[in-house]
Design a binder for this molecule. Structure first.
Ligand code: TXA
Ligand code: MG
Length: 333
């Protein structure tokens, strides 16, 4: 990993070689580690599903949870999410800064399913970080960025910590010294009438409550299938196909839809109602990038059952299998 030192207060960030390299990498669909005011983030083009899949791969994340999309200003945020009066109030008071707002996603928002985990809401923040803002402006893309550490490890507040943890999994880290806040952003969900605190962080709860004039509710408790709904209605809106999902299929029954993986199809595939292959080359990054869209296509075929070929459990396969087993779980009501 190249560690590139740059001055965040430079008048001329845009002509810095490391900054330009970061812009080129992001536009090429590669993640880059970048400083924000909270922690170092692993940033990629949020409109590009393959780029987001590479974030999950680099972090060894076992689940596709939704990512926060970082944008240059409130106007860019409102192009992706639907802001009501509460959202505007909080955005005006705390942006740029360590506050993430989860709001309904605009139906036409240019953002990949992997960035939102297939939800109809979106997590947005305008970071108080000249480098991150300049990157969002120069690329013209929202930047999906979780903390730049491997899953289960501590969030990095220096470029050296990023290099130690992610090593050669990421091409470049922009080094602007230690981060100022040191903990992640506070996450507030505004997807329905009750504002909820999804994660405490860099902005104090009391400051948000004072402005809203009401207490922040807790996130919803875990449901029996072990999932924690991040917002009311999240399980319902979290993409679940209408069709039954049959995992580890060894053959296709006539009329079933087939979610394939790898070069060899299953016996009976010729009688499938529709076939979508996650990756004919057996590439898990490609598979993750297309997962939500291909499930939707198969569901839209009207088949009663989607048969899913076995998918390796290694690397991104763990998150893919996690998502598929949720889609296959029996659903209440
Ligand atoms: O300080 C931070 O926020 C850091 C720096 C790098 O900016 N970023 C960060 O991002 O922590 P990330 O992607 O790890 O945050 C993911 C969390 C999810 O676990 C969830 O709690 C919330 O953001 N989130 C994002 N989008 C959501 C959505 N549509 N619905 C519910 N929760 C969402
Ligand atoms: Mg983290």
């Amino acid at each position: 990993m190249a560690v590139w030192r740059l001055d965040p207060l430079s008048e001329d960030l845009e002509s810095d070689d490391g900054f330009r390299r970061a812009v080129a990498l992001i536009l090429a669909g590669e993640p880059v580690a970048v400083p924000t005011e909270t922690v170092y983030g692993l940033a990629a083009d949020a409109t590009n599903a393959r780029a987001c899949a590479k974030i999950f791969a680099a972090k060894d994340r076992p689940r596709f949870n939704p990512l926060i999309s970082h944008v240059a200003d409130q106007a860019a945020a409102e192009a992706l999410g639907i802001f009501d009066d509460r959202a505007r109030l909080l955005a005006r008071a705390f942006w740029p800064g360590p506050l993430t707002l989860v709001v309904p996603k605009r139906p036409d928002a240019a953002i990949s399913d992997l960035a939102t985990a297939g939800l109809d809401s979106v997590g947005l923040r305008v970071p108080d970080s000249p480098i991150m803002q300049a990157l969002a402006a120069a690329t013209g893309r929202p930047l999906a960025a979780p903390s730049a550490n491997r899953s289960g490890r501590i969030s990095p507040t220096t470029a050296q910590a990023v290099a130690d943890d992610l090593g050669d999994r990421v091409a470049l880290v922009l080094d602007a010294g230690p981060t100022r806040v040191g903990v992640e952003s506070t996450i507030v969900s505004l997807t329905d009438d009750t504002p909820r605190l999804l994660r405490p962080g860099g902005i104090a709860r009391a400051d948000i409550e004072r402005l809203l004039g009401c207490p922040l509710a807790a996130p919803l408790p875990e449901t029996e299938d072990g999932a924690r709904p991040l917002a009311p209605g999240m399980l319902a809106s979290h993409y679940a196909p209408n069709a039954r999902v049959r995992l580890d299929a060894e053959a296709v029954a006539p009329g079933e839809a087939l979610l394939a993986f790898g070069p060899t199809l299953l016996p009976g595939a010729e009688a499938a109602r529709r076939i979508e292959n996650l990756s004919t080359r057996g590439d898990l990054v490609e598979a993750a990038a297309g997962l939500f869209a291909k499930l939707r296509l198969l569901d839209a075929s009207g088949a009663a059952t989607i048969a899913v070929m076995p998918i390796p459990k290694s690397g991104l396969g763990e998150a893919i299998n996690d998502r598929l087993s949720r889609a296959a779980a029996p659903r209440a009501g």
